[in-house]
Design a binder for this molecule. Structure first.
Ligand SMILES: Cc1cc2nc3c(=O)[nH]c(=O)nc-3n(C[C@H](O)[C@H](O)[C@H](O)COP(=O)(O)OP(=O)(O)OC[C@H]3O[C@@H](n4cnc5c(N)ncnc54)[C@H](O)[C@@H]3O)c2cc1C
Length: 511
């Protein structure tokens, strides 16, 4: 039996400009007077008419939101406010694959750029455009087949939609931490979560995907040979926005059981030793434990070693007593100031581990580590944290290690487009700021991040996670895709020979 879930969460409601626009009825928080004036383009009128005629998810028509219409600014707003001044010409809220196809055909005909958006969380603003923004958020239905464990998810669903749909099913697909990160971007770039080392990345559970390609065809790429193999290979780590506009994803779900979650914070002592302990534990028990460990300042303001806490947060696939044994070394080394270790159901655990939905301005760099980031690398990291130039916000994400080995490493680097299969940790380095910070402070923070990242290269693999992208990343193509670059370019040529799926870091055509 196939179950269709079509609930709309409050968070989604707030996020969805479509809904906001559909009713000033709901009370838009942004008065229409503040929105931009609509440029007059007859082409857009025709597209708007076409979209209105195309009914899709929940029998809703697709619609075009234009500057000046209520909800436009909310719908245009990307998660990272850094790119919020990139206003699209119009936003197409697509409820069907036919609507997505109509948008791509229209953009081609008008020779206009476009971007596809699901959750809008791309760090580098690649789901913003001054052309047509094709938003797949309304396509968020989730159908679970409990017998086969196959789950088909509309390309507009996010982590929260998935949690809501799966909660009562006894099944899950490994996914990410932030409730409003979209399934499209997450899967297409890889998809890290607190089950990665045990169950693999989100993209590893993919069995099929439907997508509109540049020629306007709706294709179904699957794990079966001969069914758009190239597109299916690229959909597992080749990055969003490169080859096609995906409209659905089918995953093989896994069964869920009770787990133990933990959040442990140590006082500012022996940071290097604690981080080494945590990495060694992760390497020793990849199928049992999945961690996100970091050093982070306790307060806003100048960062000093004397106020730099170590925190590990994660999920353990066993009982609390066993976890305490596994963590005996760091727990015995320094007495934690927070030590929450609790057994709970899988979905309660997910709610515990979920991150706040951030709103702000930030920049990121990422690297990978095979084995451990050693003492010298950790010392260097601390020295860079102490050199943070200052700003209004506490820097929570200056140096994070996400466990990404175990099951993830069981797949060969060239088996899917996600190439980083020899690594054990993703390293995240981030700077964030707020409107309180002057342009000079922001520029200093960005310089700091660039120099910090460059200096850390001697301790890490020269690879970056395409889902943690930066426009300032040198050698980005090799960093994201390594030995898979050539294959990705061949697939690009096959599916998008005119390079219409284009943004500052899209896969280039060969040659
Ligand atoms: C707060 C926060 C928390 C995060 N947590 C995690 C985490 O726990 N694990 C993890 O792995 N990553 C995490 N990320 C990174 C996240 O996975 C990526 O940013 C991801 O690409 C976002 O997907 P999206 O659909 O929300 O973003 P979008 O910006 O909508 O899309 C990302 C890219 O995919 C393209 N795209 C979107 N929809 C489609 C589609 N239907 N077809 C083709 N291309 C499409 C866009 O054009 C863009 O290039 C986090 C990011 C943030 C900001």
């Amino acid at each position: 039996m196939t179950k269709t879930i079509s609930s709309v969460s409050r968070r989604r409601l707030f996020q969805s400009g479509a809904v906001m626009a559909a009713g000033a009825a709901l009370g838009s928080r942004i008065p229409a007077a503040l929105a931009l004036e609509a440029p007059q383009t007859n082409g857009l009128d025709a597209l708007a008419r076409d979209l209105r005629a195309l009914r899709g998810t929940r029998d809703q028509p697709s619609r075009l939101i234009r500057p000046g219409e209520p909800g436009f600014l909310v719908a245009a707003w990307p998660n990272n406010g850094r790119w919020a001044d990139v206003f699209p010409l119009a936003i197409a809220m697509c409820t069907s694959d036919r609507a997505v196809g109509a948008c791509i055909a229209w953009a081609r005909q008008e020779h206009l750029p476009f971007a596809i958006r699901c959750g809008g969380h791309n760090y580098a603003g690649f789901s913003t455009t001054r052309g047509l923004l094709i938003d797949v958020k309304p396509m968020s239905d989730i159908a679970i087949d409990p017998r086969s464990g196959l789950v088909t998810i509309g390309a507009g669903a996010n982590n929260q939609d998935m949690a809501d749909a799966f909660r009562a099913s006894g099944l899950a697909v490994a996914s990410g931490r932030c409730p409003t990160v979209g399934i499209s971007g997450l899967t297409l770039g890889g998809g890290w979560g607190f089950s990665a080392t045990r169950y693999g990345l989100t993209c590893d559970a993919l069995r099929a995907t439907e997508a509109i390609t540049a020629d306007g065809r709706l294709r179904r790429a699957t794990a079966r040979q001969g069914e758009d193999d190239g597109l299916f290979w690229a959909a597992r780590g080749g990055g969003g926005g490169n080859f096609a506009a995906h409209t659905s994803f089918t995953f093989q779900a896994h069964e869920v059981h009770d787990v133990t979650v933990f959040n442990i914070v140590w006082p500012a002592e022996q940071q290097v030793e604690l981080m080494l302990d945590l990495q060694e534990i992760q390497l020793k028990h990849p199928d049992l434990i999945s961690t996100r460990s970091k050093m982070a300042p306790a307060n806003a303001g100048k960062v000093t070693r004397r106020a730099l806490h170590v925190q590990t947060l994660g999920q353990f696939f066993g009982p609390p007593e066993r976890l305490r044994e596994v963590l005996a070394k760091p727990l015995g080394r320094v007495t934690p100031i927070v030590c929450e270790i609790n057994a709970m159901g899988y979905w309660a655990a997910r709610d515990y581990l979920v991150t706040d939905d951030p709103t702000g301005l930030y920049d990121i760099r990422s690297s990978y580590v095979a084995g451990v980031l050693g003492g010298e690398g950790l010392e260097r990291m601390i020295s860079w944290m102490e050199r943070w130039p200052g700003g209004s916000l506490r820097q929570d994400n200056m140096g994070i290690l996400f466990a990404a080995g175990g099951k993830v490493k069981e797949v060969a680097p060239t088996e899917t487009a996600y190439v980083h299969r020899r690594s054990d940790f993703i390293v995240e380095m981030e700077a964030s700021w707020s409107p309180l910070d002057t342009p000079e402070v922001v520029a200093e923070q960005q310089r700091w991040l660039t120099n910090y990242f460059a200096d850390m290269q001697q301790f890490v693999q020269k690879e970056s996670y395409v889902n943690f992208p930066s426009r300032d990343l040198p050698n980005w193509l090799n960093a994201y895709y390594g030995e898979n670059v050539r294959q990705l370019q061949t697939i690009k040529l096959a599916y998008d020979p005119d390079n219409i799926f284009k943004f500052p870091q899209s896969i280039p055509l060969p040659g």
